[in-house]
Design a protein around this ligand. Structure first.
Ligand code: NAD
Ligand code: DAU
Length: 335
């Protein structure tokens, strides 16, 4: 693979994937196509600057932008998405435009150019909630929030292109990912940065919802393996098997940060809040993937990163994010 288009490469996981590629493959050239929405940030790509890296600002749902970015590429890792469940509950138009229509544009333009590998980065949320056990890749899709529904729709387009046109589409379904450079709307960076400032950690509902936490570099190594060695038309779950209740996550973070557990505040539950996500990752493990960073090390590294990189998140939290936070959490924290 000589030239890879990484869409959404200015976001959290996409930028980690760019760093991963440039570090691991000395001959690869990476092209990033990113719209720089509220979640896209060129600060995330500072370490990528080199003659093996090209950044293009543009929209994956815009045919010209997509076509221009993929010219000369032999593979696509498609990360670009609206990614936050709470925002999708407030309005899903951007989710449909990017996560559904955008995928279709990528697939059509890739087909026209004969791109050799197209990996769609998807999520364990497409399966919906599971009380016990874990979903394998052939489980039915039962997305239960607009974000998850839009990701499931994008996947179905990918599989349909594979079936109808033989497009070399691969799909990964990753679990909850954490690590440096994650936008502070997501639970972990929100809790860490609030704790640094002595602000409350808002936990939805009873805090007993379970997520399976995966360190960002491990998610990237899984995506890389599937991009290079996966079988077109196939779906691969990616998870560490590191299930935690939200309460447990918040308490451990506060312990690590020497902050008081009294910062925890239980607030009204998220609408339709999925109780538990769990996926079976044997298929990607059989391909040779194993996560390298355990929960305790990953959390410690993440907390350290947010402590040492206030320059990165303070300007985000002062900007548009402030308005978003006050609108969503203001009423919740004052109830
Ligand atoms: P993110 O919100 O941090 O980044 C998304 C990036 O996509 C941003 O840089 C944004 O500017 C860009 N983008 C959005 N709309 C675009 C458009 N129309 N055209 C071009 N660029 C656009 O998201 P993330 O957490 O890094 O997630 C990346 C991918 O991984 C998404 O597809 C998401 O569904 C999936 N995923 C995320 C997680 C997780 O826990 N964060 C887990 C599994 C899968
Ligand atoms: O499972 C993969 C998915 O993980 C990805 O596809 C999504 O892009 C990503 O955002 C993430 O979705 P979640 O909704 O699970 O992540 P979030 O960080 O928003 O929430 C994690 C858990 O914490 C969830 O049970 C909701 C809870 N939560 C979240 C926030 C933001 C709180 O209790 N309080 C909060 O303020």
């Amino acid at each position: 693979m000589k030239r890879i288009l990484v869409t959404g490469g200015a976001g959290f996981i996409g930028s980690a994937f760019v760093r991963y590629q440039l570090r691991r493959y000395p001959d690869v050239h990476i092209v990033v196509l990113d719209k720089l929405t509220y979640a896209g940030n060129l600060d995330n790509l500072k370490e990528a600057a080199s003659d093996r890296f090209t950044f293009i600002r543009g929209d994956v749902a815009n045919r010209e932008d997509a076509a221009n970015a993929m010219n000369g590429c032999d593979a696509i890792a498609h990360f670009a998405a609206e990614s936050h469940v709470d925002r999708s509950l407030a309005g899903a138009a951007d989710f449909i435009s990017t996560n559904v229509a955008g995928v279709n544009v990528i697939l059509e333009e890739a087909l026209a150019r004969g791109i050799k590998r197209i990996l769609l980065v998807s999520t364990d949320e497409v399966y919906g909630s599971i009380e016990s056990g874990a979903f394998a890749e052939d489980a039915p899709l039962r997305p239960r929030n607009p974000y998850a529904a839009s990701k499931a729709a994008g996947e179905l387009f990918g599989l349909a292109f594979h079936a109808s046109h033989g497009s070399p589409v691969l799909i990964t379904r990753g679990s909850n990912t954490y690590g440096p450079y994650q936008y502070p709307e997501k639970a972990l960076p929100l809790f860490i940065t609030n704790a640094i400032d002595g602000q409350p950690l808002p936990i939805y509902g009873d805090g007993r919802n379970v997520r399976d936490w995966l360190f960002v570099d491990d998610h990237c190594s899984g995506i890389d393996l599937v991009l290079r060695n996966g079988e077109p038309g196939q779906i691969y779950n990616i998870a560490d098997g590191n299930e935690k209740q939200n309460n447990e996550v918040a308490r451990r973070l506060l312990e690590l940060m020497n902050a008081s557990p009294s910062l925890i505040r239980f607030v009204r539950d998220r609408a339709g809040h999925d109780r538990r996500y769990a996926i079976d990752s044997s298929k990607i493990r059989a391909l040779g993937w194993t996560p390298a960073t355990g929960w305790e090390d990953g959390m410690a590294a993440t907390v350290r990163w947010y402590k040492e990189n206030e320059w990165w998140w303070r300007k985000i939290k002062r900007g548009d994010f402030r308005e978003y936070y006050d609108r969503l959490y203001g009423p919740l924290l004052s109830e």
